[in-house]
Design a protein around this ligand. Structure first.
Ligand code: ADP
Ligand code: MG
Length: 225
């Protein structure tokens, strides 16, 4: 993933940018933590990275090509966990995950779904409707759904949200394994442990600048927020 002089925002012109310009490159197998106070533009940047929001100016390339959310090869490669929380009314947790896996042509879909349901602590709730889950359980279903499909880039918006300490730790181990598989991980986070265990680099955003730092400096920045 490479962003070059990227400006993001919700208006028409560069005057509506929500944060300073971002230039960053994250190669395969590396993990970028995006760190900054609430409202500094982390989620907005992630939306631009995955093609949900057009750049006001500058460029975003994923896997060597300009992002285009409409392109099937892009959607096949980029797995996301953003803020959305939508589900089909008549499908259980297990059926949601199976639908995604099969839709992406995963072989051994059923076994993989069983493993992920266990990993994310949902075995007891596999037959429940998502609307009957607690917010933490729904969040874990959303996380599981990111790993049930093929991916070369994984984009996560505050994946630590609503997870207890044990599950955060499990998520960190999972993300380390993703990196080892050559996945590019990009996450906005406020979790120092996730930054120090998973991230190989960080982007620190403030009103003044968006600058690349070490994970260690990013942890210090989180603690100072
Ligand atoms: N859909 C939207 N339309 C207009 N402004 C938005 C929208 N979403 C977020 N913003 C604004 O953009 C700025 C950055 O928000 P956001 O990217 O969500 O920050 P963060 O994720 O770092 O907390 C904030 O001022 C926020 O109010
Ligand atoms: Mg956000």
């Amino acid at each position: 993933m490479r962003a070059t002089s990227l400006l993001v925002g919700y208006g028409e012109s560069v005057d509506s940018a929500v944060c300073p310009p971002v230039t960053i490159e994250v190669p395969a197998g590396r993990a970028l933590a995006i760190v900054g106070a609430n409202g500094t533009g982390k989620s907005t940047l992630l939306r631009a990275f995955v093609g949900l929001l057009p750049a006001l100016s500058g460029r975003v390339e994923v896997l060597g090509r300009e992002v285009d959310e409409r392109e099937a090869s892009f959607r096949a490669a980029v797995s996301t966990v953003m803020d959305e929380d939508t589900s089909f009314p008549s499908l259980t947790v297990r059926e949601h995950l199976l639908l995604l896996a099969r839709g992406h042509g995963v072989s051994r879909a059923s076994a993989l779904v069983t493993e992920l349901i266990a990993e994310f602590g949902l075995t007891d709730r596999a037959a429940a409707m998502p609307t009957a889950l607690s917010s933490g359980q729904r969040r874990r279903m959303l996380l599981a759904s990111a790993f049930v499909r093929p991916r070369r880039v994984l984009v996560l918006d505050e994946p630590e949200q609503r997870l207890d300490a044990g599950m955060r730790d499990r998520l960190a181990q999972r993300l380390i394994a993703e990196r080892a598989d050559g996945v590019t991980v990009i996450m906005a986070t406020h979790d120092p442990a996730l930054v120090s265990t998973v991230a190989t680099e960080a982007l620190l955003i403030s009103e003044k600048a968006a600058r690349r730092t070490s994970p260690k400096d990013a942890v210090a920045a989180i603690e100072a927020l």
